[in-house]
Design a protein around this ligand. Sequence first.
Ligand code: 4NP
Length: 154
Amino acid sequence: MRVLFVCLGNICRSPTAEGVLRHKLREAGLAARVEVDSAGTGDWHVGKAPDTRTGQAALRRGYDLSALRARQVSAEDFARFDLILAMDASNLRHLERLRPSGGGAELDLFLRRYQLALDEVPDPYYGGEAGFEQVLDLIEQAGDALVRELRERL
Ligand code: 4NP
């Protein structure tokens, strides 16, 4: 199985989801069976490490994002991945436009797929510290549900 998380910049929400899911898959003994990656719909931060605030908040919960580098999502990702999970509705619309006819990866909104309290992971970039904690809270909850789904599907 190959899973791709997508947000706008690939420096806050989707690298957090990548790091959290990798960690949860290791704990579940599934790390060798699921490939995880993340990308952004925008290209402003390509090649950059995650936002410092994102990296520090993640590290406080035991997720090391320091090796990750931003990249932009491409149409080829629909052939490379089985499941592409968007962080918000705007990301999802962008991916629907990018998707080649003929399909490929299943596309969904990450939180909505698991019926959490919110449908979208709010963009923390222009907000304060609490936004980065909320991103982690939501992604940890949805990540648990995703690991359960992957365990059933593998
Ligand atoms: P992300 O957050 O989509 O979660 O990586 C953002 C990062 C950068 C910008 C917006 C959102 N930006 O406008 O540069």
